[in-house]
Design a protein around this ligand. Structure first.
Ligand SMILES: [Zn+2]
Length: 146
């Protein structure tokens, strides 16, 4: 188990999670870790997290939020998901899983593990090897009954 995963598994405080990851506990990092890991698995974008931090009165700029999320992904605290639409999401759920993406709401949700079965994949082009397969099930709101 990676050091960062071990830190998260113990449900430690934000300060302990940052310490285990070898990161300095700045006020903004502490606020970000608190928002990311206190309430269970979630997906955030730079914009959504910045808005959340702003509503809580936390200091920092959009670029600082981006830098923190990117750094957290580099060290394994978060998983950077593929880009859906215009948005890059960061996922607190580190195990491989697939997603629902809600068009028009810019919203990402986890597909429960085991609910997608892939039993046939294409032949790979010469000179390439498979890294992972990420399934995105795109949804839109069903029209309301009138
Ligand atoms: Zn996810």
């Amino acid at each position: 188990m990676a050091r960062t995963e071990a830190a998260r598994a113990t449900s430690d405080t934000p300060r302990a999670i940052l310490a285990a990851a070898g990161l300095r506990p700045t006020r903004q990092r502490l606020a970000i870790v608190d928002l990311l890991f206190r309430r269970g698995p979630r997906h955030v974008s730079v914009d959504s997290l910045f808005d959340e931090l702003s509503r809580r009165g936390s200091p920092g700029s959009l670029s600082c939020v981006y830098s923190s999320l990117r750094r957290f992904a580099e060290i394994g605290l978060l998983r950077r998901t593929p880009i859906y639409g215009e948005t890059t999401y960061f996922d607190t759920q580190l195990e491989h899983h697939h997603h629902f993406y809600v068009i028009g709401e810019d919203r990402l949700m986890d597909v429960p593990v085991g609910e997608i079965a892939l039993d046939r994949l294409p032949s790979l082009p010469d000179g390439y090897e498979l890294v992972t397969v990420d399934v995105v099930v795109r949804l839109k709101r069903a029209p309301a009954c009138v």
